[in-house]
Design a protein around this ligand. Structure first.
Ligand code: PGA
Length: 262
């Protein structure tokens, strides 16, 4: 039995502008009206420029607002960066850290991820740390080690008191995006098991409370298999959730599967 509520969220990447995001969120608010917070947590991570409008529309709503990235310093000469203080102004709840595209296009290291995790936690945000092996690492049979390293460095110096604000997204790099191949549920489950064991190594029994979400080509045909796995606490969805009908179906299918699992 798993006490972690089902968590479903989407990262809108560099897709919707502020008015698209507002339209999307208005529909999502309607869709999720009937859901109880104790059954499901829903989050949306739009572009930075959409955050002010998104924050207005989500006032008094339980849908959690996230940011796709954040600098670790409060202020400074860091042209082009956004600080925790700036995000605090907009009721942002979650900071997405080290998504595969940040790691591989913008060269973010585990050390940088760790600075962002510590900063996000010290400002009261949920730190959503994304980890995942590349195709090469998988083929070289070092996926488990890769995940362990990403967790051990990414979560270095996080205290046990802070772990209720740590979420992990397991997103194998080879599974993400249009060219991605969705991972099989049993593969995902085995990696989530490694992740959960590593979290217990790092934080003792408390580590069990950290939700581990799966992301990478989640779609309507694989949700049931993924959510049925015992180590999967939720889904971090891209393309399949970018229109309101899509996310509605993702949420429904996940909730129905979760109910059967409990
Ligand atoms: P995808 O994106 O669902 O479109 O593969 C997942 C992600 O990048 O988190």
């Amino acid at each position: 039995m798993n006490n972690i509520p089902l968590i479903i969220g989407t990262n809108l990447k560099m897709y919707k502008n502020s008015s698209d995001t507002t339209a999307y969120l208005s529909k999502l608010i309607q869709i999720t009206k009937e859901f109880s917070d104790s059954d499901i947590k829903i989050f949306v991570i739009p572009s930075f420029t959409s955050i002010p409008a998104a924050s207005q529309i989500l006032l008094n709503n339980s849908i959690m607002l996230g940011a796709q990235n954040m600098h670790w310093e409060d202020s400074g000469a860091f042209t082009g960066e956004i600080s925790p203080k700036m995000l605090e102004e907009f009721n942002v709840k979650i900071i997405e850290i080290a998504h595969s595209e940040r790691r591989h296009i913008f060269n973010e290291s585990d050390e940088i991820a760790n600075k962002k995790v510590l900063s996000a936690l010290s400002h009261g945000f949920v730190a959503l740390l994304c980890i995942g092996e590349t195709k090469d690492q998988k083929e070289s049979n070092i996926a488990d080690e890769t995940l362990q390293i990403q967790l051990k460095i990414g979560l270095k110096n996080v205290s046990t008191e802070q772990i209720d604000r740590i979420w992990i997204a397991y997103e194998p790099v080879w599974a993400i995006g249009e060219k991605g191949i969705p991972a099989y549920p049993n593969y995902v489950s085995s990696k989530h098991k490694i992740i959960k064991e590593t979290l217990i190594q790092l934080f003792g029994d408390e580590g069990r409370k950290i939700p581990v979400l799966y992301g990478g080509s989640v779609n309507l045909s694989n949700i049931k298999g993924l959510i049925s796995e015992k180590n999967v606490d939720g889904l971090f969805v891209g393309r399949a959730a970018w229109d309101p009908k899509g996310i509605e179906l993702v949420i429904q299918e996940s909730l129905n599967t979760r109910k059967r699992k409990l």
